[in-house]
Design a binder for this molecule. Sequence first.
Ligand code: HAM
Length: 450
Amino acid sequence: MPRKQKISKKAAKKLKTAQPQEEFLLQPPRGMRDILPQEQPYWQQVRRVSEKVATDFGYQRVDLPLVEFTNLFTRSIGSGTDIIEKEMYSFSTKGGERVSLRPEFTAGVARAYIQHGMHILPRPVKLYYTGSCYRYDRPQEGRWREFYQFGCEVIGEQNPVLDAQIIQMGWRIIHQLGIRNVKVHVSSIGCPACRKNYRNLLVHYLESKKQKLCIDCKRKLDTNPLRILDCKEDKCIQVRTNAPQSIDHLCDECRIHFKELLEYLEELGIPFELDSALVRGLDYYTKTVFEFFSALSSDDSGKSKRNALGGGGRYDQLIKMLGGEDTPAVGFGLGLDRLVIEMKKLGVRAHKEPNPRIFLAQLGNFAKRKSLRLFESLERAGIMVAESFGRGSLKSQMKIAGRLGVEVTLILGQKEALDGTVIMKDMASGNQEIIDAGKIVDEVKKRLKK
Ligand code: HAM
């Protein structure tokens, strides 16, 4: 055995201070946060309503990995977009693969559709998903680096009635959450053929106004001129006021598709606004694009702050571009964080789980053991029970029962545990009865029915 070398206290201290201490922050990285129990009722409501609407419309859930190969996103979302240029969380694995945290779901859904041969399923294939997404954006109100989406994709059909139905679903979810005054901003960016002509016209116009654009937009003029239409800088907004609009330059097929979509929306009574500045931040779209805004998304001057509650569109080329068959598709994604903010602003009451009406108190180790069993029988019978098994004193347990406002407290002491009985105390009258432990579930049920 090697002898342990003794070092002086002074030397040990020196050694300790010589090693640089990594900064330890008691907080998550910027733009990420905990969603604490008191907020959960809102989140549960958003998830419940969205999943119910999706299943009512015949959608099936799909869960996808949080991490995908980076080039899936680069190819689908487009290399000139903000998401790909600035916002991806990308890294190399120990095996040397380039992967990224998903910034959205649609690319992953398209990948899964091709990989699992879903083209052989009856069309359209309807999928929904929910989970976290990651974008390294500048955090601000309604914009996080880790945020949550719910979305639906309908794959395999071309008809504009599906675009209308997708918008109807998003609108329905937002409405059912108590967020009224929702408006759909809608536009068509055409197919690759008509977009090419439009893009040329737009570039021609923007070149003539180049000096008035912000630095970022001057650069986008070469890389992704359509994105200039979405710039939030005042001077760029002014330039685009007179810019040619995509809906005036659609080919016949795209124009008819868009016209029919608007007719369906009118038929459904969904309020919409034509918004030529709507280009969306992802390159895979063709034809229809849309975003949901609430009245509160506008500031006092009526100017839209453009914090959309959700958005989506048609992406008829994406599946083919990723190596699948030529397959049209359309979908939407909702920002759950923004829905929750909106519900709070509007004072919408979130659904709360009912409080337990029974408390189970115990005294002594043997009774505690029996109480675990009793708790399980009650819980299996669908009866919500509160308890405080960690406490020893009956007085403190009764205090908790009083604070919770339960109707009945079941008390199991040493004697009852040995006798196979339970004391049932009516909290309003203070009356107590001794019940056979085997009958307690039925007795409690009877009592709760009264
Ligand atoms: P997106 O517009 O990029 O579309 O995102 C959808 C929604 O996610 C936004 O409208 C917004 O509510 C929310 N969101 C986006 N970024 C953030 C953020 N940093 N913080 C909080 N919320 C955010 C898509 O992702 C497409 N995949 C939607 C789609 C589905 N298109 C077709 N199918």
